[in-house]
Design a protein around this ligand. Sequence first.
Ligand SMILES: [Zn+2]
Length: 169
Amino acid sequence: MRFVADVMLGKLARWLRILGYDVAYDPNADDEQLVQQAVSEKRILLTKDRHLVERWRKKLRLNGYLLLTSDDWREQLKQTVAHFGLDIHNRRHTRCPDCNGILKEVAKEAVRYRVPFFVFTQHDHFVQCSQCGKIYWAGSHYERMNAALDELLRDELSKGENANEVDNP
Ligand SMILES: [Zn+2]
């Protein structure tokens, strides 16, 4: 399941990437570019723009779309997760929040001079974005993100086995 997010949904795009989903996001894309990308790359459009949906409904029907109702990225993330029954456990931290690239394991020695020294000494596992080259490690930042996600998506998490039985209007 791949997405393209409209210009108003930068935060949502980041957090969906942190959950591991492929989300295209260009803060400069206009409506027509968004629709084109959705169609040509078979992506589901995430948008806050009702007029965009009304204007392009026929094209958007091909891959689907979701009209977000809240201005708050937290509510948007909840709505998206619930609507599509997204996997919020197993893909976390597999994509770069900055650029949507796939993260790949990289040898510790290879990052010696590319991360702060105290990080290098305290961590053994590093991943690198295959697109922008940014290096990540499972430090306190990851823990804070995971805690924020668990708190935010508590209702979804508690559904457990029934996670897919969400209402899909
Ligand atoms: Zn990246």
